[in-house]
Design a protein around this ligand. Structure first.
Ligand code: SME
Length: 164
């Protein structure tokens, strides 16, 4: 049975996130490498939610701390670098707050890596010390594919995987 996250039954989406979160944490048990953890999160979430068209990380570049550089992802070619403050990912990094964008064309400065992306959610990712290490970006080809259920589930997952 295929699962459609944009459901009339938000409880289904909550349950699916809880299930995939448990699966991700089980796979990552004992694995400290951050790239391996990011790659696993991107792969397993993309597989869990078919409407996730682009799923992945933009990491804070240690050499240029006000810039994001693409990290592990699933999907079509992503832009390589995004300055803090630019586009949806840059807004999430600069403000350290989750961004839910129902229509990317209405978002000032949106960076269109693939014109099929129509809505997105971007969650800041911090380490155990509270330092921002990345943002996690999910794009969909549908308008308004994401809501606060997605935002809260993804925030919780990022905390458990990267700040635990
Ligand atoms: N849409 C993003 C850029 C990254 S991609 O969509 C993969 C943004 O405006 O931040």
């Amino acid at each position: 049975m295929s699962y459609v996250a944009r459901s009339d039954r938000p409880a289904d989406k909550v349950a699916r996130y809880a299930e995939v979160e448990d699966e991700i944490l089980a796979v990552l048990d004992g694995e400290p490498n951050r790239t391996a953890r990011m790659a696993t999160v991107a792969s397993m979430l993309a597989d869990a939610f078919p409407q996730f068209f682009w799923t992945g990380f933009y990491v804070v570049d240690p050499e240029r701390p006000q810039e994001l550089v693409v990290g592990p992802y699933q999907g079509t070619l992503g832009c390589l670098r995004i300055p803090f403050g630019r586009g949806v990912c840059g807004a999430a990094a600069a403000s350290r707050t989750t961004q839910i964008v129902e229509d990317v064309e209405a978002f000032p400065g949106h960076i269109g890596c693939d014109s099929r992306s129509r809505s997105e959610v971007v969650v800041p990712v911090s380490d155990a010390s509270g330092a921002l290490i990345a943002v996690f970006d999910v794009d969909a080809t549908e308008i308004a594919a994401f809501d606060t259920v997605d935002a809260e589930a993804l925030e919780r997952l990022m905390t458990r995987v990267f700040a635990g």
